[in-house]
Design a protein around this ligand. Structure first.
Ligand SMILES: Cc1c2[nH]c(c1CCC(=O)O)Cc1[nH]c(c(CCC(=O)O)c1C)Cc1[nH]c(c(CCC(=O)O)c1C)Cc1[nH]c(c(C)c1CCC(=O)O)C2
Length: 342
């Protein structure tokens, strides 16, 4: 029997949607915090295949989600391209910055990333052996625009100002950076698929700050190129695209990029998406993560409203963004029960 997650991605309308959560392996789980302490720090955890596989499996054991997402980070790819990367506790990622054409040219070639990322492929191989047979394994990467925003600024930024500034100052150099990330992402995701990933997801967390032609050039075009290359190499591999906060630009995004599923953030309503986005195929989403902190009847009502709104077409139940460290693990159980009894 085909896995529930793969059936939804193939466009099937199901009585109960498959369920998983962005950042389901994370700090809200005591068992994650214990394994992370064992690894020493976050990056060491990402590069220790047995421990990364262990934290990927933890939410599957606890909740029986329909999908497991590889434990890694979108910023491992810039590191593989030669950027320095470290995490500052309580603040987030830091990278060496890239702002000039010369610095873009000095990055490693795309095909050099495999050596650095080999432990990630090993995590995928372990998972494809150890996951329950009904659980789908998702591989992932950042979409080029979002990865570029971190590489240019050297950190997360509220408005992606440094990337916009480089794009305005030297569009050719910025495009070359996007190009290098695009090529490397094709190779990275392709290797994840060869190691056993059954679906891949592209996280474009900052797509919402691209407007007009920039959205076409830097959100749609690189995503379309990556998807076309992956489908040529691995016919039938399903791809989920997450152009977070794309708003009206969610309309037609699947058709424009070739994505099999579009992940919705929680700034759009499920009712709107049912007619505007789901008419093109599978959608994923979109409970606001704060409900897993606050819980109670509002959590149940929201989870059921979303499930019912998207019941008329292919749907994967998920959050609109990652679960936060202050979430209560018991609220996740309540969410799953609410979706399955909607
Ligand atoms: C922008 C981005 C990053 N990483 C990611 C994105 C795109 C999605 C999004 O918008 O959140 C994607 C990501 N990061 C992580 C995963 C693993 C799989 C999963 O979803 O469970 C995935 C898919 C682990 C992680 N990545 C990170 C953690 C927390 C690290 C820790 O344990 O201290 C985890 C579990 C760290 C991280 N990694 C990143 C930031 C900005 C931070 C710091 C913020 C934070 O601490 O939450 C970059």
């Amino acid at each position: 029997m085909t896995k529930l997650m793969l059936r939804a991605l193939a466009g099937e309308t199901l009585p109960t949607p498959p369920i998983w959560m962005m950042r389901q392996a994370g700090r809200y789980l005591p068992e994650y915090r214990a394994t992370r302490a064992q690894a020493g720090d976050f990056l060491s955890l990402c590069y220790a295949p047995d421990l990364a596989a262990e934290v990927t499996l933890q939410p599957i054991r606890r909740y029986g989600f329909d999908a497991a997402i590889l434990f890694a980070d979108i910023l491992l790819l810039p590191q593989a391209l030669g950027a320095d990367l470290w995490f500052v506790t309580g603040e987030g990622p830091r990278l060496s910055t890239i702002t000039t054409a010369q610095q873009v040219a000095a990055l490693k070639p795309a095909d050099a990333v495999h050596e650095h990322l080999a432990p990630v492929y090993e995590t995928v191989r372990i998972l494809s052996r150890e996951l329950p047979r009904e659980t789908t394994l998702i591989g992932f990467a950042g979409a080029p625009w979002t990865v570029a925003t971190y590489m240019v600024a050297g950190r997360g930024t509220p408005d992606q100002g440094p990337a916009h500034a480089m794009k305005a100052a030297d569009r050719a150099a910025f495009s070359a950076l996007i190009e290098r990330i695009t090529e490397a992402t094709i190779l990275y995701l392709s290797a994840q698929i060869e190691a056993g990933a059954e679906v891949v997801k592209l996280f474009d967390s900052w797509a919402g700050s691209l407007k007009g032609q920039d959205f076409d050039d830097f959100a749609i075009t690189p995503t379309r190129r990556i998807i076309a290359a992956l489908k040529e190499r691995h016919p039938g591999i399903p791809v989920i695209a997450f152009p977070r906060e794309a708003g009206e630009r969610y309309i037609g995004f699947a058709r424009a990029t070739g994505a099999d599923c579009v992940a919705l953030d929680n700034s759009v309503s499920a009712e709107w998406a049912a007619s505007a986005v789901q008419s093109d195929g599978c959608v994923q989403g979109n409970l606001a993560p704060r409900h897993l902190v606050t819980g109670g009847p509002e959590l149940v009502a929201e989870a059921q409203r979303i499930t019912r709104a998207l019941r008329g077409g292919p749907h994967i139940f998920n959050l609109g963004h990652g679960i936060t460290p202050d979430a209560d693990p018991d609220n996740v159980t309540a969410m799953i029960e609410a979706v399955r009894s909607a």
